[in-house]
Design a protein. Structure first.
Length: 403
C-alpha cells in the first residue's frame, strides 16, 4: 500500500465517523490504524458536518485522477454514505429511493404468486405424512447438530470447502490466509442471532463466529462453510486485500460498509459459493457420507437433492417478509402470523428476523441476500463457471454493472 492521499484519508474517516452513529455500520476495517485511533479519540462528529464532508468528497472525486471505473465505484460508495447520513439527519427519503442510493439497485415490488409457487415446491420436496409444519419440525430434530459436535463438524466442512476451492482457484488465495473458528452463544434473548458470522480482521485472517444453538443442522454445514469461508466471504476479502489494497493501493477495499453496493455483491458471492464447488448431488452425497449421523433414517438421495434446490430459493420468503415490514408496514403480530402461515420457520426464527429488521444496521438484510444472489445468478447462472466466479472474487463490481 502506497502513501494514502488526503482524499483517501477523508473517505475512510467519513465512514468511521458514521460508524459512531450507527453501531456496526463498518463491518470490517484494516486501513491505517492511526485513522481508527483519531475517530475513537475524538468527540462524535455532528451529522450536519458529516453531510458537508460527504458532499465535499463527491465534488472532489473527479479531480483525483482515477480511471472511470474506479471513479464510478467510489461515487456509488459516497452516495451510499451520504444517504445514510441523510437518514441520520431525518431527511424524508422513501425506502425505495434510499435503497437504490444505498445498494445501487432498484427495490422491486414483492410477488406473492412466486411465493405461492415456492410454498408448493417446498411441500413437494419435504413430502410425507402430516402437515408441512410437522414434517419440518421432525427434520429439525433429526438433523440438528449436537452442541458438542458443532466445532468438529463445522471445521470438517471448512476443510472440505477449502480443499475444493484451492483445487478450482489455483494460487488465488494469499499464502498466509487463515480462518479462526470461534464458538459463540447469544447471552441475551433479545440479541440478534446468526448461525454463523464472518468477521474479517485484515492481514488475510477471518474469525468465523459459529452459534451452536441456532439453526445448526448437518445439512447446512457445507453451505455455511462455503458462504463464510471458502470461496465466500473470507476468500473474497482476502483476495481483494492482496490484489486491490496492497498491490493497487485502492483504499476503499480496506473497509466494508453494511449499507453499500459492495455488500450486495459480497452476499451474492457468498450465497453462490457452494454452487461453484459442488452440484446438488455432490453436496448431498458428501453430506450423507461425512456429516449424517444415521443414513438409514434419512430421505432418499433424490428427495434430499430436491430439498437442497428449494432451500436456495427461500431468500424469496425473507425478501417478501422484509418488504411487508418496511414497505407495507405490517405490524409485528401480522408478520409473525404471516411467517407461521408459511409453515417453514418456527417462531424463534421469525422473531429473530424481526429484531434484524428493527435494527438500523441490519434492517435491509432480508433484501440484500436475495437480491445479491439473484443478480449474480441471472448474470452467471445457478452454477457459475470458475472463470466468472474468479472475476467476482478479484474485481470490484457494482450491482448496476450486472443488471
Amino acid at each position: 500500500m502506497n502513501k494514502l492521499s488526503k482524499f483517501g484519508k477523508d473517505f475512510l474517516l467519513l465512514a468511521l465517523r458514521i460508524n459512531k452513529h450507527i453501531k456496526g455500520y463498518v463491518d470490517f476495517y484494516y486501513g491505517p490504524e492511526k485513522l481508527r485511533q483519531i475517530v475513537e479519540n475524538e468527540s462524535i462528529t455532528s451529522t450536519n458536518k458529516l453531510f458537508k464532508n460527504s458532499i465535499a468528497l463527491i465534488q472532489q472525486l473527479g479531480s483525483q485522477g482515477y480511471n472511470k471505473e474506479r471513479e464510478l465505484y467510489l461515487e456509488k460508495l459516497l452516495i451510499a454514505m451520504k444517504t445514510s447520513i441523510e437518514n441520520l439527519n431525518g431527511t424524508k427519503i422513501s425506502i425505495r429511493d434510499q435503497f437504490i442510493k444505498l445498494y445501487d439497485v432498484a427495490l422491486q415490488p414483492t410477488k406473492e404468486a412466486e411465493l405461492d409457487n415456492l410454498r408448493e415446491e417446498i411441500d413437494e420436496a419435504y413430502n410425507g405424512s402430516g402437515s408441512l409444519e410437522e414434517r419440518i419440525n421432525k427434520l429439525r430434530i433429526t438433523r440438528k447438530v449436537p452442541e458438542s459436535k458443532v466445532f468438529l463438524l463445522f471445521n470438517k466442512a471448512l476443510k472440505i470447502t477449502e480443499k475444493r476451492t484451492k483445487e478450482l482457484f489455483v494460487d488465488i488465495l494469499p499464502k498466509k490466509e487463515q480462518i479462526i473458528i470461534d464458538i459463540v452463544k447469544n447471552k441475551k434473548i433479545e440479541e440478534i442471532k446468526w448461525a454463523c458470522y464472518e468477521r474479517y480482521l485484515g492481514n488475510y485472517t477471518s474469525r468465523i463466529e459459529v452459534n451452536p444453538t441456532y439453526n445448526m443442522y448437518w445439512t447446512s454445514l457445507l453451505s455455511y462453510a462455503a458462504h463464510e469461508g471458502y470461496p465466500g466471504h473470507h476468500t473474497e476479502f482476502s483476495v481483494k486485500e492482496k490484489m486491490l489494497y496492497h498491490d493497487l493501493s485502492q483504499f476503499e477495499h480496506s473497509i466494508l460498509l453494511l449499507k453499500s453496493p459492495k455488500l450486495l455483491i459480497s452476499e451474492g458471492i457468498a450465497d453462490l459459493a457452494i454452487n461453484v464447488l459442488f452440484s446438488y448431488q455432490n453436496l448431498v452425497e458428501i453430506g450423507l457420507k461425512g456429516f449424517c449421523p444415521d443414513i438409514s433414517s434419512e430421505d432418499s438421495l433424490e428427495v434430499m437433492i430436491a430439498q437442497h434446490k428449494v432451500r436456495k430459493k427461500i431468500g424469496l420468503f425473507w425478501y417478501t417478509f422484509t418488504y411487508h415490514a418496511l414497505i407495507d408496514k405490517y405490524s409485528d403480530e401480522q408478520l409473525i402470523s404471516y411467517g407461521k402461515d408459511f409453515e417453514i420457520f418456527d417462531e424463534e426464527i421469525i422473531k429473530n428476523n424481526l429484531r434484524r429488521i428493527s435494527n438500523p444496521t441490519y434492517s435491509n438484510i432480508g433484501f440484500t441476500y436475495n437480491l445479491g444472489y439473484n443478480i449474480l445468478k441471472e448474470k452467471y447462472g445457478e452454477f457459475p463457471s470458475v472463470k466468472d466466479f474468479r472475476n467476482l472474487l478479484i474485481n470490484p463490481i457494482l450491482p448496476s454493472d450486472l443488471v
